[in-house]
Write a protein that binds this ligand. Structure first.
Ligand code: SAM
Length: 325
């Protein structure tokens, strides 16, 4: 399993860029970028080097953690998957590229694309300090146009990106991303009802084109969750000193809520159930909400079933699990 915390090389590259920048100024910029996101805006307000750095300091650790958690879930279901090439759509500072590079030693070719030149410059600066990433190619341009020109890749990732475009553009982009996917497409979004709705719509659209779900769902059928319920997960990550300062936060960690889908061209043979919330443990039983190949189940594992109870005690929200009995 890849750690959800930023790799030391990336942390050092970010820290070195922070030298000479006022942390108070970075905190102010990061607060205004966060407010824009909360108000439904996107990354277009990120215009200067200081804005890009503030965004990266405040958000890159969390989006990195969410992408890593999603890739960990994918590799658990498909341990044989060894992509040689990556296409990172709406790459911003290169977060998903770093996460994929950490997860897959097999990756050799990294292609990124994004409309924001400031984030592209930061990404290239950060990657320049990395042995594996210093030769990435990074196309600046609108996603669909840049994607149309891009080579297909074994792994295509869009992390926290599809929420920044409108519904019809998103459908066209999903189709194009799938065309450029040789094996697996991973899409990650914020773990909000709106983020989940975008994931579920893209999932349905691409299953109709022949895609199979590798994770999180144990089936390719319609999502069995009923509103106001929505499928999302949570990843804990450590906050560095700079991260805490930029966010004006005290706690040494944060929990990133995210939604994701990993779609592949190969049929999936392993279909374990997915834990949809943190299980509750009582003296008599463990109760876990599971998405199973047959639908959502509230599974109870009694204490008297000693071996099953012992393994269910290790279940965590987001895990792929096999029920016994
Ligand atoms: C919230 S950021 C996420 C960046 C990065 N993927 C991450 O996870 O940290 C969204 C990114 O999508 C890019 N983006 C949004 N709409 C785009 C479009 N139509 N074409 C290209 N890039 C786009 C933005 O410029 C921004 O870099």
């Amino acid at each position: 399993m890849t750690s959800p915390d930023l790799p030391a090389e990336l942390k050092a590259a970010l820290d070195s860029r922070l030298r000479g920048f006022s942390r108070n100024d970075a905190a102010g910029r990061s607060a205004s970028i966060s407010k824009t996101y909360r108000d439904g805006g996107g990354s277009s307000g990120i215009r200067s080097e200081a804005d890009a750095l503030a965004y990266a300091l405040a958000r890159m650790p969390a989006t990195y953690a969410a992408v890593t958690a999603s890739l960990n879930a994918l590799t658990e279901i498909r341990p044989e998957f060894a992509p040689g090439s990556l296409l990172d759509v709406g790459a911003g500072p290169g977060t998903a590229t770093w996460a994929a590079a950490e997860t897959f030693a097999s990756l050799q070719k990294f292609a990124l694309l994004d409309a924001n030149d400031t984030l592209r410059t930061l990404a290239l600066g950060l990657a320049a300090d990395s042995f594996r990433l210093r030769n990435v190619s990074y196309e600046r341009g609108e996603a669909r146009a840049a994607l149309a020109k891009a080579d297909a890749a074994d792994l295509v990732v869009a992390s926290y990106m599809i929420g920044e475009i409108n519904d019809s553009e998103r459908r066209a982009l999903a189709e194009l991303m799938w065309q450029k996917t040789r094996d697996t497409l991973l899409v990650v979004e914020p773990g909000t009802p709106a983020g989940y709705a975008r994931i579920i719509a893209l999932r349905e659209q691409l299953i109709a084109k022949g895609a199979h779900v590798a994770a999180p769902c144990p089936h390719d059928g319609t999502c069995p969750l009923v509103e106001p319920d929505w499928c999302h997960f949570s990843q804990r990550l450590q906050r560095s000193r700079a991260h805490k300062q930029v966010k004006g936060a005290e706690l040494p960690f944060e929990d990133e809520r995210f939604a994701y889908v990993a779609l592949t061209r190969v049929a999936i043979s392993s279909r374990p159930s997915r834990v949809l919330a943190q299980p509750t443990v009582s003296k008599v039983e463990i109760t876990a909400k599971l998405c199973t190949p047959e639908g959502v189940a509230l599974t109870k594992v009694p204490r008297r079933a000693k071996a099953d109870y012992a393994s269910a005690r290790r279940w965590r929200w987001g895990d792929a699990v096999t029920e016994q009995g």
